[in-house]
Design a binder for this molecule. Sequence first.
Ligand code: F6R
Ligand code: ZN
Length: 193
Amino acid sequence: MANATKPYSVAIDLGSGALKSFNKKVEVKLRDLRGFFYDRGAVDAAVYGLKNPTVYEYFENSQPSARGQMNFGVTTLNPGKVGSEYYMTRGHYHAKKRAAEIYVGLGGKGIVVMQTKEGRFFHSPISRGRIVYIPPLWAHRTVNTGEEKLSFFYAYASDAGHDYGTIRRKGFAKLVVEKGGRPKIIDNPKYSP
Ligand code: F6R
Ligand code: ZN
């Protein structure tokens, strides 16, 4: 039952972003992202050359999936690139239509790209002290455009669900790439709306 969870609190180290306790840890390695980066050949070469590095991890306080409950945690995204595309999360739509999310930047710098199925696109910087509001129906992906680890706190409805398949099949409308030493947001030539 949704209201069976007891209240509790958890310490977070705001300097490093380390959450003192969590009940779910997910580690995503480069090979897991093969279907998400633009240049699959570059992914294969990097997986081989760099021995399949960890791209990001998230540490979560996960509640039962029930209406009214929330999950929260911290994502840490390493710096790096595949070809000219910066390291990023897979990105997803929430499976449930009425599920917003909040990100709070803790360290590093990057960009949160967001899009809707109707073709709207938005991007926001994320860094220590910046809050990003992701409304319902907006897919979201975080990109590390800096040279340090990017970390952010997140909170969302525990019954939101994650639709990764749509992004895996269709991609994101825009890519975040390095051009002339700076991040640039370009149209994704492979995007199918
Ligand atoms: C949860 C959420 C974040 C991401 C995390 C990893 O709804 O948006 O906690 O789950 O940053 O990204 P994905 O889930 O896209 O691999
Ligand atoms: Zn989400």
